[in-house]
Design a protein around this ligand. Sequence first.
Ligand SMILES: Nc1ncnc2c1ncn2[C@@H]1O[C@H](COP(=O)(O)OP(=O)(O)OP(=O)(O)O)[C@@H](O)[C@H]1O
Ligand SMILES: [Mg+2]
Length: 367
Amino acid sequence: MAEVTLKNIYKSYGKTEVIHGVSCEIADGEFVVLLGPSGCGKSTILRMIAGLEKITAGEIEIGGKVVNDLEPMDRDIAMVFQNYALYPHMSVYKNMAYGLKIRRMPKDEIEKRVQEAANMLGLSGLLARKPRELSGGQRQRVAMGRCIVREPQVFLFDEPLSNLDAKLRVQMRLELRNLHEKMGITSIYVTHDQVEAMTLGDKLVILNNGYAEQIGSPLEVYERPSTLFVAGFIGSPAMNFFRAQVSSGGKHVELPGGDSLPLLDPGISEYSGQEIVLGIRPEHFRVNEDGAGTLHLRVSHVETLGADTLVYGYLGKTETFVTVRLADIHHFKKDAVLSLLVAAKKLHLFDKQSERRIGNTKDDDVL
Ligand SMILES: Nc1ncnc2c1ncn2[C@@H]1O[C@H](COP(=O)(O)OP(=O)(O)OP(=O)(O)O)[C@@H](O)[C@H]1O
Ligand SMILES: [Mg+2]
């Protein structure tokens, strides 16, 4: 087991820089998820840690040792890919044993490790089968098993569940988490699926366009997103954003259409009279039955999902679109006007130019 440190990592392909100085400390035994949209550089970072890509600038340490110039074989890591990359002509047993065999491990030690891993992964009854005789989830487990038997210092995963159907993905996600709790091996996991990231990660690194926008626990990035990008990326349905005006005393924000919300944070006063971006998550609205809410929503359409209801509409008389998520089943007619409440501590404020979070950042304000 080992800690992994990225120190100001850069990567260019030819003249194009795709990773622009990413730093991150991953503690021994931690499960870290690299999360971001397609093309943001997740696989590139993982491949640099694995040694499959050269680093243009910066340093990578594994277990306190700089590995920039070490071959993948010598880094003591194991990587699980999206497409499993199993050998089709070999049995499950041989697929799992192969990496140990080429490292000339004694036969009885190989046998012991494969049996142990197969046991842990529920593959004991399938060791004689070929990959084509397995389900997608079982193949994924064999790919995991092949890494486990190596007993590496670090596991790297590149979207390992993306080929599985939705139900199996949920099951494998739980299995992965259990496995991690059992083995405690430092793990770095790449995905663009925020639910996977939120449920698996001790810590998330949110990447955007080759930059690390925010590093924090799943709840930190949900409750205190540090940039507009993170705020919009984490959470489904996505956070609502409004152009809003801070009142002259800094005690309120005024939304398009004239509705106004009280602010908690006195630190906002430097923005008095200025326009900012206000973010409100769909799940943080409540309907005020007696009509005394602070925001007004003109209903456009409603989706009843069973467990909850998504209400889409417009703010007051404006064309500003709003998504609201309410628990349980609700039936609202088109053009009905709902009176909504939102707690001041659930407001997210961002600077319009820098797109960075402003005020409202103290723990007790948001939690
Ligand atoms: N060999 C290469 N040559 C040139 N550009 C590359 C190469 N590999 C990746 N890139 C570019 O680097 C950027 C990051 O790619 P990367 O594969 O790391 O993205 P990703 O976050 O893993 O995306 P996805 O979710 O689609 O897998 C992209 O803009 C991509 O086009
Ligand atoms: Mg990728």
